[in-house]
Ligand binder design. Sequence first.
Ligand code: HEC
Ligand code: HEC
Length: 297
Amino acid sequence: MSSFWSFYIAALVVLNIAGCVWLLWYTAHRRANKVNQAETTGHVWDGNLTELNKPLPRWWINMFYLTIFFTIAYLVIYPGFGAFSGTKGWSSIAQLQDEEAKMQAIWNERYARFEGQPIDALAKDPEAVQVGQNIFANNCAACHGSLAQGANGYPNLTDNDWLWGGTPDRMLETILNGRIGAMPAWGPALAEGNQLPAVVSYVQSLSGGEKSELSARGETTFKTLCIACHGVDGTGNTMLGAPNLTDHIWLHGSDTATITRIIGEGKTNQMPAHGPLLGETRARLAGAYVWSLRQEP
Ligand code: HEC
Ligand code: HEC
């Protein structure tokens, strides 16, 4: 706040308080001069019901003085008078930070015994899995589903199919630092000679679809353009997050239209980094919950 605005606000506050004091003093003063003399407003009903204008009772006025005293005391202790921060030095942001630090300390204490433990070891500890489940429900379920079974574009975390690798270390890395899966758009490159349907057909043949003349034509293109990421046999690459195309599990959908769209238009899909949000130990606990859901192969 600039000193002009500080002064402006302080002046308004003083003016307001002084105005209230004057008003009270004036009212009380009027009364002192006209003891027990109630003015009539001139309104008379039913012959003898006269409306009077009586001064406020003493105790009522004193209550007003009390609120003014309270105002001044408040402005001395707490911020509110221009830029003056109050004798107590209180601020809402400091209170928030203080409470956050306290919460963090409670968390640190509660999670201390889980610190630095590998995800798969934590997954054997029922308490860690329970805590992890709560963390998952609050931070991950919105995308991966409350049972971690995923949805269109969000991987199922309970199968044994991993885009980015299913070892405890790779999974922790995924949760802490996030991942970006980038599938380039091949529409333009495949437009020549109408190769897109052929490639789609070949990709479908990898996952149990029919082999045909069309898919055979797509195979040549696949082996030129796609194997760098998806591998010669189409089983994917967990260093790049390139899905296995042979396992009947589809991240974005198994129908021809969807596969055509993904190959033609590409897809960038992101798992946000949760390290900054959760801290490492809580990320490990969420990972432990996910690990506990794994079906042993
Ligand atoms: C905003 C949505 C979102 C949230 C929140 C989210 N994820 Fe993800 N997650 C994704 C997406 C999308 C992917 C797939 C990224 C890709 O396509 O490469 C993913 C991938 C993953 C993977 C890798 C799966 C694989 O097959 O390799 C794991 C493990 C994972 N998430 C765990 C978690 C955990 C644990 C949390 C909570 C702490 C979480 N995610 C929160 C969207 C989310
Ligand atoms: C630069 C690496 C890269 C290349 C090259 C690449 N892909 Fe991909 N592809 C990916 C990644 C990464 C994904 C996952 C995107 C995501 O996380 O949503 C993907 C996803 C897909 C999917 C969706 C799989 C599913 O489960 O829904 C199909 C189909 C696919 N690619 C086919 C192809 C074909 C066909 C080609 C060659 C014309 C190709 N890709 C070339 C990286 C690549």
